[in-house]
Design a protein around this ligand. Structure first.
Ligand SMILES: Nc1ncnc2c1ncn2[C@@H]1O[C@H](COP(=O)(O)OP(=O)(O)OP(=O)(O)O)[C@@H](O)[C@H]1O
Ligand SMILES: [Mg+2]
Ligand SMILES: [Zn+2]
Length: 306
């Protein structure tokens, strides 16, 4: 049996993907070819930096399907996918992001379609479908919490969970519904030891229906696997370390999320531990990172139940 590099489920006859998973990510029957190597991608990423409508610290390339849908090609404009190759600074980053996004999906956080792709040189890249493009190519309005709180890019780390909550309250169409989703995402980010959830890693999106809601989650990684002792980027109740169940209940009180609702969200996160341990073991991370990740969520889960 193999493991599907999209859903992490088992496949028959050592296949790398489920046909249904390929269909849902690319809308094709077979995996589109990506005829480029990591070295070439690095060069393209350097050229693309600054020209793409998406920015961020990590190297990335914008892709679209060729007209016959057989290949993924580099797209200076009209890209439908973002590809993040292996990083020379952080080991196993594509595998880390892929797994962390899968864990988010497991607890019911909305995520775009995504998966892992093998390049010509056998290295793995993370690929995610853009959630801000409609089928007809039109672009939806997306604003991150750095923009919404009128802060310059350099201040993306100078916020807090409370700043995000206030931005959402001010701009989301149905803040009461959306608050629960944001609370769940903040809790999840802490639970997986993601120390890079800064203000640009949360956005609001306005759908074709004109409703402004929390965008699907993106850029989720367990940074502690590569930066030991990493703490939260955005403090919760002034704390970036040693958070407890109490800290999360206090945050719920701050957002006026009913305690009953907050407790349900926390309990869902606690219940997700066992299936998450299994998912981690099925992931593409190197085995020592798998054990470390499992240790991390055992620890954070214990903090939620104490
Ligand atoms: N699936 C997606 N659809 C649409 N836009 C996206 C998607 N994923 C990311 N983005 C946008 O692209 C930006 C950069 O992506 P991402 O955060 O994944 O990259 P990064 O380089 O890892 O960022 P960072 O600077 O936080 O390390 C995001 O801030 C977001 O605005
Ligand atoms: Mg980012
Ligand atoms: Zn699958």
């Amino acid at each position: 049996m193999g493991t599907c590099a999209i859903c992490l489920g088992s496949t028959q006859r050592d296949a790398d993907y489920h046909a249904a998973c390929i269909e849902s990510l690319f809308g094709t029957e077979v995996l589109p070819a990506i005829n480029v190597s990591l070295r070439e991608l690095h060069k393209i990423a350097v050229k693309m930096a600054g020209k793409m409508s998406i920015s961020g610290m990590q190297e990335k390339v914008s892709l679209k399907l060729s007209p016959d849908r057989a290949r993924l090609i580099v797209a200076a404009t009209g890209g439908r996918y973002i590809l993040k190759p292996e990083s020379s600074r952080f080991p196993a980053l594509p595998q880390n992001e892929h797994l962390t996004m899968r864990l988010a999906s497991l607890v019911g956080i909305e995520v775009p379609s995504f998966g892992l792709l093998r390049l010509q040189d056998d290295s793995l890249s993370y690929v995610v479908k853009r959630f801000d493009r409609c089928d007809d190519g039109s672009k939806l309005r997306v604003e991150d919490f750095c923009q919404l709180s009128a802060k310059p890019l350099r201040d993306k780390y100078s916020g807090s969970a409370e700043v995000c909550i206030r931005a959402l309250r001010q701009y989301a169409s149905e803040p009461l519904v959306q608050l629960r989703s944001l609370y769940k995402l903040l809790l999840f980010g802490w639970w997986v030891a993601n120390g890079d959830m800064h203000l640009k890693n949360f956005s609001l999106i306005t759908g074709p229906d004109g409703i402004c809601r929390l965008a699907p989650a993106y850029d989720l990684v367990c940074t502690r696997l590569v930066i030991p002792d990493d703490s939260l980027a955005l403090p919760v109740g002034g704390k970036t370390k040693n958070l407890t169940r109490r800290s999360w209940l206090d945050l719920a009180a701050y957002c006026k999320l009913p305690e009953k609702v907050a407790k349900r969200v926390i309990d869902e996160q606690v219940k997700a531990m066992e299936p998450s341990l299994t998912l981690i073991s099925k992931s593409f991370l190197p085995s020592e990172m798998k054990s470390e990740f499992q240790g991390i969520i055992r620890d954070t889960t214990a903090r939620l139940t104490a």
